[in-house]
Design a binder for this molecule. Sequence first.
Ligand SMILES: [Zn+2]
Length: 265
Amino acid sequence: MNRRSFAQSVGGAVALSALGRSSSVWNKSSSDSTPGKIMAITAHPGDGLFTMGAALAQQIERGGAGTLMCLSLGERGAPKDIPVQQYGEMQRTATQKATHLLGAEAKFLAYPDAEIPFNEESSLAVCDAIREYKPDVVVTHWSGSWHKDHQNCHLIVRDAVFYAGLGTMARSHPAHSVSKIFYAENWEDASNFLADTYIDIEAAAYEKWLQACDFYPMWRGQTGFFRYNDYYSALSVMRGCLSGCKHAVALMSDPSQRISRPRSL
Ligand SMILES: [Zn+2]
């Protein structure tokens, strides 16, 4: 194995140019690589664009489709000189501009920032959105987070994907089975995060992603101490180094997707 092929297979990870369709995450998986529709489901808009936006951009650039759904507006991240409600609307506007630039759809649920509940109501609300938008692939938060909204979003999405595919659960839309779930790499969700899937973010998608992130004051360091732009752009370079391309996004597969059934080794 040469250095390049080693880099492309780091830790048993797979490097992809887009996320493909396959059978349900709750059943067996396959390796069909036709770009499918991604639904990125996030607690806060900034997490959505910064950690999932490049994968959305790449998917759309390769002929797939994407939706970003925010469970809250992230309004409590407001800087001192902007009222919370006003900041929430700024976040909504930034997300609409960012998703429009990427060619993705935006959807918002109305849970209050820092109080996103994990319960049947929220799980069914996300289930209904999954049935309405019919994604092949869902990307959301990893559970190993210090942030309660991120933890709850992870739990909500897992239940929602299960409910969405349950044909015997009657809702306003018919059942829809999601093929795969991936978890995004987020500096706040880093505990036990294990990257196993690398998406090569090609130049056009990369530039759109950077422009989309720049709609957010948080990206430019105007709302707090953390250097989001430096961190996530540097992370894309580091993940690119490990996967043999210029820029990459690393994702973590749901454990149910790690089972393979070869006829021989
Ligand atoms: Zn967040």
